[in-house]
Design a protein around this ligand. Structure first.
Ligand code: PMP
Length: 433
């Protein structure tokens, strides 16, 4: 089909062949196995700035950015130097370190709804913690999530989840018990009526509503402002908590996350990705009165051997310091707009049905007529065409998320030349698929 000359991934193939015999699917996380787009995944050797390099020496402009954390560019010299300095003092203490205060204060300063923070090691753990906290604080069990929103792989969230669950076409997962998932109610994104109906049918039983303030796990989907203000009101009217899962959007959509972008004040939030600057981190955070339920301040138990470890804290701190410099978000917005406008124009010029958009350094598009407002709309996208597009771009040195149901990310290191190269490749590939 769209083979470009000189593209070889022989070494990647060899490594993946062995990997598949010793790790399920050859990977440590499903989507990176390229199952839904077909073809071999490429195995990375190193990454710097906007580029990633595979073991065969191919160079890619990378729009995955480790699924979001690489927002200042891969292996930024300032972040690396800070990590090295911290590493010399030890990698983990299992005891308090002052860097936790520093990063917690940065999150509190950035996000007005946040008064206290608990650090974890991943976004999944952050969402598990916030779920328990929602239930502990309200003394209610049921929660509402949205079709196609992903909140990590905890049992209670693997109901109508997006991301890899959608990519692999899994309705849910074996091993998730009825008991663990029956308190998870699912509504339709951007459809307030479906939320109202659930509150009505479960009066006094709903602990809260959790959502992605801009969806990145069904592809890129933007909420209507009225949907978000309606959710805030419904939660208030029903004594339920509103939770923004900002694992992807935090410090990405704006320095204050999706909630700042939309001007909505949730009760609790989760973070991950960017606040770890490429090292494993998550956090849940929010109002002091609620957060003080968490042990040892309060009775709700949650813990972590490596939580708050100095390396991850320092990587996060340095990343946020770079991000808060004037002009960072304007640059992300400018470059990402150029990119997605160029891709959409090229797609339309070649006669394809495409729809998409961006906010700040997060973007996505679908192979269907828009608008895409919820997971059912996203599912209309031509995923076979997406697979051909993905392979064509890969062969031309552009690394995109290997699934229609994921967003893309631009970093401060993405130059005009990177964007131009990508749009040139897009024109070639759109013409051939
Ligand atoms: N919530 C959201 C919105 C996410 O995008 C993700 C990961 N993509 C998670 C939670 C889970 O985070 P992690 O992969 O770090 O466990």
């Amino acid at each position: 089909m769209v083979a470009a000359t000189g593209f070889s991934t022989a070494k990647s193939s060899k490594i993946m062949a062995e990997a598949r015999t010793i790790m399920p699917g050859g990977v440590s996380s499903p989507v990176r196995a390229f199952k839904s787009v077909g073809g071999e995944p490429v195995v990375f050797d190193r990454a710097k700035g906007s580029k990633a390099y595979d073991v065969d020496g191919n160079e890619y402009v990378d729009y995955v950015g480790s699924w979001g954390p690489a927002i200042v560019g891969h292996a930024d010299d300032r972040v690396l130097a800070a990590i090295k300095e911290t590493m010399d003092k030890g990698t983990s203490f299992g005891a308090p370190c002052a860097l936790e205060n520093e990063l917690a204060k940065m999150v509190i300063d950035a996000v007005p709804s946040v008064e206290m923070v608990r650090f974890t090691n991943s976004g999944t753990e952050a969402c598990m913690g916030v779920l328990r906290l929602m239930r502990a604080y309200t003394k209610r069990e049921k929660i509402i999530k949205f079709d196609g929103c992903y909140h990590g792989h905890a049992d209670a969230f693997l109901v109508a989840a997006g991301s890899g669950v959608a990519t692999l076409g899994l309705p849910d997962s074996p091993g998730v018990t009825v008991g663990a998932s029956q308190s998870t109610l699912v509504a339709t994104y951007n459809d307030l009526e479906t939320v109202k109906a659930l509150f009505q049918a479960n009066k006094g039983e709903i602990a809260g509503v959790i959502l992605e303030g801009v969806v990145g796990n069904s592809g890129f989907i933007v909420p209507d402002k009225a949907f978000l203000t309606g959710l805030r009101q419904l939660c208030d009217d029903n004594g339920a908590l509103l939770v923004f899962d900002e694992v992807m959007t935090g410090f990405r959509i704006s320095y204050g996350g999706a909630q700042q972008h939309w001007g909505i004040t949730p009760d609790l939030s989760t973070f991950g990705k960017v606040i770890g600057g490429g090292l494993p981190v998550g956090a849940y955070a929010g109002k002091r009165e609620i957060m003080e339920m968490v042990a040892p301040a309060g009775p709700m138990y949650q813990a972590g051997t490596l939580s708050g470890n100095p390396l991850a804290m320092r990587a996060g701190i340095e990343t946020l310091k770079i991000l808060r410099q004037p002009g960072s978000y304007e640059y992300l917005d400018k470059q990402t707009k150029k990119l997605i406008d160029g891709i959409l124009a090229a797609g339309k010029a070649a006669g394809h049905a495409v729809t998409g958009g961006h906010i700040s350094g997060m973007f996505g598009f679908f192979f269907c007529e828009g608008p895409v407002k919820c997971f059912a709309d996203a599912a209309k996208s031509d995923t076979d065409k997406f697979a051909r597009w993905h392979r064509g771009m890969l062969e031309r040195g552009v690394y995109l998320a290997p699934s229609q149901y994921e967003a893309g990310f631009v970093s401060l290191a993405h130059s005009d030349a990177d964007i131009e190269k990508t749009i040139k490749a897009a024109k070639e590939v759109f013409a051939m698929i």
